[in-house]
Design a protein around this ligand. Structure first.
Ligand code: PLP
Length: 495
């Protein structure tokens, strides 16, 4: 299977698409055509483990990787998750299920892909005949950095360096990163805010001199961000797996279409659901859930993408995004794979923060997608209602999605299609906000929040969070943006 750029001009193998990350003209790599999964293949996947299902789905796209080796990599990656199912489905009401994607090492859904990305990248280099080791650079506002560190720790032939704004992450996030274990990791605080941090990392990525310096040390620069196809592919797998779980526990018959409702930021998670549908998974509708930063809700309702608006900091920070980069892949599909048109819309977005699609394209999108959002009060109310009515506790991001799902059933009372609400973080990752929603109590300290939330809900605390307080701080360096590359060079030259 080959991959092409959403902005035209390039055709590469799966391995190359993953190693390179982004096409040279700035476009995103998409499969030349969607591979199909037949009904017989779906039947055969019923009796498989999560890792086996994931390897099957991945190999449909990445047929230049060895399938048995992919399976071993999936088994290894998901064995690091807590419990025996990396993506369990919980029934909370008739026809309503929660797909929990937060049982990985950092308690959020990014672990599903970042646990596997080191293998996909390292093997991709081997397939492409690249001899250098890889250096992953990440600028993070919190969650992605930690998930990447956990994914890449002790991976062979790879080093990872994460930069975070010294005053721009929560106390808990800082502690998670600064206590990171692994012999190939570096964590550095940067003086300034997230933008300063990200701009400096981009400058390193775009610098020919930096690349040459790194090459002298036998390193090739790469990124782990969510537009890499290696982040998208592992996410397609859990849509298949949750469908198969519904069939195998007798909730639906094979072939019955279902809906997914997905808390959305960069549009990566929900796009993976769309890819699953395009491959033949019986999916009816996809509900795109936002918080108050509801650019996507408006886009799906009006066919206009307008990022010229106020930015809100909310209690669901991973969805505080105004430019959803993975939407480019959907635009490419619904324009009839028109690379010139996709390109020009991305240019308009860059220069004027605005573009429009045609009424036909909008109608086409709306055949599958609809959008909704929750404001801050509605998130609290939804978490509280579901906790009272069913005993189930969810985090703030999942709260947004649940609100959108509840609204859908309010408007479509006769709809009997099963709804899977995707849950992207453990409630213990946002203990104070969830505690407030469930009990009305405010606590200042995160660890106290965890303790009180456990007392209120009796839900098990993930080990990675309960042991965090006793871990040793390994990283405490703070640098100014101009000194970041010096630290990178020191790091790659160290043993
Ligand atoms: C990253 C993230 C999201 C948003 O996912 P996208 O793929 O960017 O749409 C939602 N919830 C949590 C907890 C996340 O970490």
């Amino acid at each position: 299977m080959n991959f092409i750029s959403t902005r035209g001009g390039e055709k590469v193998s799966g391995a190359r698409a993953i190693v390179q990350g982004l096409s040279h003209n700035g476009g995103l790599f998409v499969p030349e055509k969607f591979p199909e999964v037949s009904k017989e293949e779906l039947e055969a996947m019923l009796s498989m483990s999560y890792a086996e299902r994931a390897a099957k789905v991945l190999h449909k796209y990445l047929d230049d990787y060895d399938e048995k080796e992919l399976l071993r990599a999936c088994e290894e990656a998901y064995s690091r998750f807590e419990g025996n199912d990396p993506a369990p489905l919980v029934k909370i009401d008739d026809g309503v299920y929660v797909l929990e994607l937060f049982h990985g090492p950092t308690c959020a859904f990014k672990d599903m892909a970042l646990s596997l990305l080191p293998y996909l990248l390292r093997k991709g280099c081997d397939i492409c005949g690249i001899k250098e080791d890889i250096l992953i650079l990440v600028a993070t506002s919190g969650d992605t950095g930690k998930a990447a560190l956990e994914g890449f720790k002790d991976a062979k032939g790879v080093k990872i360096c994460v930069f975070y704004p010294n005053d721009g992450v929560s106390k808990m996030q800082k502690l998670q990163m600064c206590t990171q274990e692994g012999s190939n990791v570096d964590v550095v605080a940067v003086k300034g805010n997230f933008d300063d941090c990200q701009t400096a990392v981009k400058t390193i990525f775009n610098s020919v001199e930096c690349a040459a310096e790194l090459k002298k040390c036998n390193y090739l620069l790469s990124s782990a961000n969510s537009i890499n196809f290696g982040r998208l592919a592992p996410q397609i797998a859990y849509y298949f797996s949750s469908y198969l779980d519904l069939v195998s526990c007798g909730q639906i018959e094979m072939g019955t279409p279902i809906d997914f409702c997905v808390p959305t930021g960069n549009f990566g998670n929900i796009l993976a659901a769309y890819y699953a549908k395009m491959m033949g998974l019986p999916v009816r509708r996809l509900h795109c859930a936002s918080n108050m930063n509801n650019v996507l809700t408006d886009f799906l309702a009006k066919g206009e993408y307008d990022a010229r608006r106020e930015f809100y900091k909310t209690t669901s920070p991973s969805m505080d995004i105004l430019i959803s980069s993975n939407l480019e892949r959907l635009l490419f599909e619904i324009s009839g794979r028109d690379a010139a048109l996709t390109s020009s819309r991305m240019e308009q977005l860059k220069s004027g923060k605005f573009y429009k699609i045609t009424p036909e394209e909008q109608a086409n999108i709306n055949q599958t997608f609809d959008g909704g959002f929750a404001n801050e009060e509605e998130v609290v109310e939804t978490i509280y209602d579901v906790f009272c009515d069913t005993g189930y506790t969810m985090d703030t991001h999942t709260g947004c999605a649940m609100k959108v799902a509840v609204d859908w059933f309010e408007k479509n009372k006769k709809d009997t299609t099963n709804m899977v609400v995707v849950s992207t973080a453990s409630p213990y990752k946002f203990p104070q906000d969830v505690l407030y929603a469930v009990t009305g109590n405010d606590v200042r300290d995160s660890f106290k929040g965890i303790k009180r939330l456990h007392a209120a809900t009796a839900m098990a605390v993930p080990k990675s969070l309960s042991t965090l307080r006793d871990k040793t701080v390994r990283f405490n360096l703070v640098v100014s943006p101009e000194k970041m590359f010096d630290e990178v060079l020191r790091f790659v030259s160290s043993k």
